[in-house]
Ligand binder design. Structure first.
Ligand SMILES: NC(=O)c1ccc[n+]([C@@H]2O[C@H](COP(=O)([O-])OP(=O)(O)OC[C@H]3O[C@@H](n4cnc5c(N)ncnc54)[C@H](OP(=O)(O)O)[C@@H]3O)[C@@H](O)[C@H]2O)c1
Length: 265
């Protein structure tokens, strides 16, 4: 093994078959990281893996896994162990939303969201965190949302799941202080991807009220923030201003505003 090989690091990116995850994976690929890509759709993962491996001359391993299943993170880690691969950087990006009144929601979809957006994120972080601290390098980039900054009537579970991600990530940022391990929470606002289709938010007022960013620009901001160990990155000026204003506004007014934005067109 050459000195160069010894320095090579590997990033595990979840939700890397589509959307922001593909672009996040590309940011790490461009910087010479080897990659492990995880999502459910094997064919799409393979296509991303082949493209990034040949463009950037890195090793890319796709692993098809349902991270919404209880124990999905442990199953993924077992598959990575079998490859004798290490994980220096963990990018917890896989996630979905579900719009609509809570009383009319499907409990499996709501609980599946918590399992994927929060449970597996904690599970994977818990698996790789001790080695990161021991090696004093690498880190965690978690993808939350601007939804993390206030409750979300008519999309209650999703907003709450992302508030969890933000709180958890900020706490780990503090725990990692001075260790050389970088921790960031990426909080995108509306972003062009398949997210809306699955969440059903393309039929909500919010989809007309706010301009969407591209997944590539969101990923770039997230990657740079992580490299700089920036605790929280909110994408776009408008989103930053709104998130900063929320604590100063009456809570009932905020709830009413979000309810209006999450209402059907
Ligand atoms: N787009 C937005 O407006 C927006 C705004 C704020 C935050 N976000 C957050 O950004 C992250 C990425 O979303 P996106 O916009 O890129 O959405 P997307 O285009 O729908 O991509 C979601 C990714 O997660 C994977 N995934 C979904 N369920 C999974 C499961 N059970 N197991 C493993 N992988 C799973 C999907 O792959 P498979 O379907 O192949 O499994 C896909 O690769 C999410 O955490 C989302 O909450 C998005």
């Amino acid at each position: 093994m050459t000195a160069h090989d010894k320095q090579r690091q590997t990033a595990l990116v979840t939700g890397a078959s589509a959307g922001i995850g593909v672009d996040l994976a590309e940011c790490f690929a461009r910087e010479g990281y080897d990659l492990i890509l995880a999502a459910r759709t094997e064919q799409a993962l393979r296509e991303v893996a082949d493209r990034l491996a040949s463009t950037y001359e890195i090793e890319v391993t796709p692993i098809a896994v349902d991270l919404g299943q209880i124990g999905g993170g442990t199953k993924l880690a077992a598959a990575i162990d079998k490859l004798d691969a290490q994980v220096d950087v963990l990018v917890n990006n896989a996630g979905y939303g579900n719009a609509g009144a809570f009383g009319e929601s499907d409990i499996d979809i709501e609980l599946g969201m918590v399992d994927l957006n929060d449970r597996t994120l904690v599970e994977l972080t818990h698996i790789y965190w001790p080695t990161m601290l021991k090696n004093r390098r690498g880190g965690v980039l978690n993808v939350a949302s601007t939804a993390a900054f206030q409750p979300g009537p008519l999309m209650a579970t999703y907003y709450a799941s992302k508030a969890f991600v933000l709180s958890f990530t900020e706490a780990l940022w503090e725990e990692a202080r001075g260790t050389g391990v970088c921790v960031s929470c990426l909080c995108p606002g509306p972003t062009l991807s398949k997210f809306r289709e699955r969440a059903g938010t393309d039929r909500k007022k919010l989809s007309r009220a706010a301009a969407s960013m591209t997944s590539a620009s969101v990923a770039e901001l997230g990657y740079r923030a992580w490299k700089a160990n920036k605790r929280v990155e909110i994408t776009g000026l408008r989103n930053r201003v709104l998130a900063a204003a929320v604590p100063f506004l009456p809570r009932a007014a905020v709830l009413g505003m979000v309810r209006n934005l999450q209402s059907p067109l």
